[in-house]
Design a protein around this ligand. Structure first.
Ligand code: ADP
Ligand code: MG
Length: 234
């Protein structure tokens, strides 16, 4: 109804005006640090995607999250942006404060590049722990006390056994593309890795679909979570 949409007394119109004024619906609405806005703009992003709009504020507030959105909906940014905001700067004292579990080497490498591009104005460091690459190099990277570990479950377990790598400093864990983690048979490794992290960590689960395995894992492994979902076509 055209009259309705133009009516300034219509609550929807008033809401839209308010949003525009406060920068609502834009990255600016998240109250991020200016270095992060700069990196986001340099990446060419003008507006957050629907899953980013839903997930970023809830993650910044510290909630556990289960987020479901289709492939290509921008899920990587939905967790990388708030995690960079939370970590802010390199910590020499503490071990890795964030762990990102990826189902494949390719996805882990993409996530690492994504992290690099958005964290480029910070001194945050990461280690990429994936199969098929030089293990010695990866061990050396771990000795440099990275803030973030981006890993596939098999190689991470291997590292933990070989080097005694501890996950006791992890404050935030991301199970990325969780449906695929289970499809690829990582259920046992995920359980073992999860058991090695502190109980009061923040857990984020991102998936294109919520299979029964993902649901079971969420119910048993993630406490008091917020369920976020965007429509199939957004
Ligand atoms: P998903 O993990 O949901 O499959 P990705 O995180 O891989 O999706 O993102 C898909 C594509 O969308 C990537 O090329 C990414 O750079 C791009 N993208 C993510 N967020 C935005 C945004 N806010 N604006 C424009 N492009 C974006
Ligand atoms: Mg993804």
């Amino acid at each position: 109804n055209i009259n309705n949409t133009l009516d300034p007394n219509n609550p929807a119109v008033a809401e839209q005006k308010k949003k525009k004024k406060s920068g609502g619906g834009a990255f600016e609405a998240f109250n991020l640090s200016s270095f992060l806005y700069k990196a986001i703009k340099q990446k060419g992003y003008n507006l957050p995607t629907p899953i980013q709009r839903k997930a970023i504020p809830v993650i910044l507030e510290g909630f556990n999250v289960i987020a479901m959105a289709r492939t290509g909906s921008g899920k990587t940014g939905a967790f990388v942006i708030p995690l960079i905001e939370k970590l802010k700067t390199h910590s020499k004292i503490v071990g890795a404060r964030c762990l990102i579990l990826s189902p494949t080497r390719e996805i882990a490498m993409q996530t690492a590049n994504y992290f690099k591009s958005l964290a480029k104005l910070t001194d945050l460091t990461f280690a990429l722990i994936v199969g098929g690459s030089d293990m010695e190099n990866q061990f050396e990277r771990l000795l440099l006390n990275p803030d973030v570990i981006i890993a596939t479950p098999g190689r991470l377990m291997h590292c933990m056994m070989e080097t005694g790598l501890s996950l006791s400093t992890v404050e935030l864990v991301v199970y990325d593309e969780c449906d695929r983690l289970f499809e690829l048979g990582f259920a046992e490794q995920i359980k073992q890795i999860t058991d090695k992290m502190p109980k009061n960590r923040q857990s984020l689960l991102f998936s294109a679909t919520i299979s029964s395995q993902v649901k079971d894992f969420a119910l048993s492994g993630i406490k008091d979570y917020r369920m976020l979902q965007v429509d199939k076509d957004s």
